[in-house]
Design a protein around this ligand. Structure first.
Ligand code: GDP
Ligand code: ADP
Length: 191
């Protein structure tokens, strides 16, 4: 596909969603929203974090070949549709996605220009953030069981960014994404 896909990957709780949202607002780049069969959590909103669908709806969409890629993790299905990617590329020329390493590899093959951004934080930090976010203990344990395997993927990414101080991480990442997108600023510009 002709267009630029910015792919966020990293361990759960590292801050992928937070950074993608913040940078998306600054640079006016939308995020492609995945479909999932997992239940919507109380704090989540349909169409914001995900599109929540049943397993049979997911199967039907898969049979109709609507997905550009699908992944199953811990019994939950996730997928991104071709039509959503095409629409965002037509409207904006680029989009963000939050993906597993497998999803990133598929997108790398399908898109002309991809930038893989690995958001990194240590195990203690991601654990604390998930507790604060209100994830239940089983979910945190499930996420942590994938931590080491996901960290191994950083060597395959274009950018590896540690996320501790949110403001400075967002600023550094914005600059690096602007370079990738070929956005230049007037030297006197404050932003
Ligand atoms: N390949 C792929 N991975 C996805 C997609 N949507 C989400 N993910 C990954 O699935 C993981 C689990 O999602 P999450 O919302 O945290 O569900 P939880 O594990 O139940 O808390 C995330 O860490 C993402 O990396 C998708 O459409 N494709
Ligand atoms: N640099 C940071 N400092 C402190 N808290 C952060 C930082 N980045 C993200 N968070 C918080 O940590 C939690 C996990 O971030 P989130 O973006 O949901 O992670 P992910 O999408 O990688 O699972 C959220 O509650 C978020 O507000």
């Amino acid at each position: 596909m002709d267009g630029r896909a910015l792919l966020f990957v990293g361990p759960d709780g590292s801050g992928r969603f937070t950074l993608a949202e913040a940078i998306g607002i600054t640079l006016h780049i939308p995020r492609v929203v995945s479909y999932t069969t997992r239940e919507k959590r109380t704090k989540e909103t349909e169409g914001k974090e995900y599109h929540y669908i049943t397993e049979s709806e997911f199967k039907q969409m898969e049979q109709n070949e609507e997905f550009i890629e699908v992944v199953q993790a811990d019994g939950i299905c996730y997928g991104i549709t071709k039509v959503d990617c095409e629409r965002l590329l037509k409207e904006n020329g680029s989009f963000f996605a939050i993906l597993s390493p497998e999803g990133c590899e598929i997108f790398k093959k399908l898109f002309d220009k991809t930038l893989t951004i690995f958001v990194q934080a240590d195990k203690e930090t991601v654990t604390q953030r998930q507790i604060q976010r209100g994830d239940d203990p089983q979910t945190i344990e499930r996420h942590l069981s994938h931590y080491d395997e996901i960290m191994d993927y950083q060597s395959s990414c274009d950018i590896v960014i540690p996320n501790y101080d949110l403001a400075s991480t967002a600023q550094e990442l914005t600059t690096r994404i602007e370079t990738f997108l070929g956005i230049t600023h007037h030297p006197d510009s404050k932003y």
